[in-house]
Design a protein around this ligand. Sequence first.
Ligand code: COA
Length: 337
Amino acid sequence: MLKKSIITGVGHYVPQNVVTNNDLSARMSTSNEWIIERTGIQERRHVLPGSDDTTATMGTKAARIAIANAGLTPDDIDFIVFATLSPDYYFPGPGVQVQEQLELKREIGALDVRNQCSGFVYSLSVADQFIKTGMYKNILIIGSELHSGGLDFTDRGRNVSVIFGDGAGAVVLSATDDANRGILSTHLFSEGKHAKELALTAPSTRDWIPNILQRNDPEETDYYPYMNGNFVFKHAVVRFAEAIQAALKTNGVSSEEIKLLIPHQANLRISQFIQQSMKLRDDQVYNNIMRYGNTTAASIPIALSEAYAEGRIEKGDLVLFAAFGSGFTWASALMRW
Ligand code: COA
């Protein structure tokens, strides 16, 4: 019989430096009111220049907490899956940095997943397959992002730079023989025709850094993230619902039975829209975007770690994860805790 996989440990780490909406309005033409009205975000964390925090080290800090929370030691980890869109290096990805920083044995693989805002749910799905087949027992899954070093904090980039924040979350996914618990399903989707609607297109192998330096054009902005905000918003509300309905339908579960929906923290207005369309009560949806902004691949594991610490999830509860983002990619995972 196939194994089931359960989350046995959670953890998160965010940099100490809090950046409020008023801090941002000192740097660009925006306001606390505008940001709260459109996104629900009140503050986010930014790594301070010169600090030791990087995407990899923040991921390692979150991972240490998740491993301890699972009652394990780093030696018990069989495999690493690391999701990020903001790696320390162009290559290699940060999975191997975690292998080194946690002083893990060499017999474990380190896999890097892209998939941006859906990165954590995609990683959960990948790890679930390795556990189901019996190949691995304990897999470390990390989502970590350092956005603040790469955003355009001028008026030009204000629709993007007010939204994103830095931080990391991690879980340990473990094998169980308990047939009543674990991941019930994962659903993954993609639609590449919208790739450029939310993208960072430079530098790229088509147009590498020497070309950009040679042009030396101050109006060139390809090396900042671009987002067609309205377009992304309209697709997000439809695609989140699609991924969630796929999970409910596959498992014959109604929305009343969901103990907690943890959506990717894209925008509070998107979460509220989904909550309304699914007719969920406030206590059935977890949001913390107000305090951290959108931390992309890190947002679900950070939210899960906080929700768990607050006692919002107990053994036997149905927990639903859903995400949508750049690609476009979107995904859901339903689990019995
Ligand atoms: N502060 C003040 N004004 C701003 C601003 C900011 N930070 N950012 C944009 N504006 C301005 C625009 O310049 C525009 O001004 P104009 O009407 O004079 O041209 C106006 O506000 C409206 O811009 P628009 O882009 O249409 O705003 P919006 O209502 O779509 O809200 C987002 C912008 C980004 C908040 C919204 O589109 C959104 O949340 N999209 C989805 C984002 C998301 O979830 N991304 C992650 C997906 S995983």
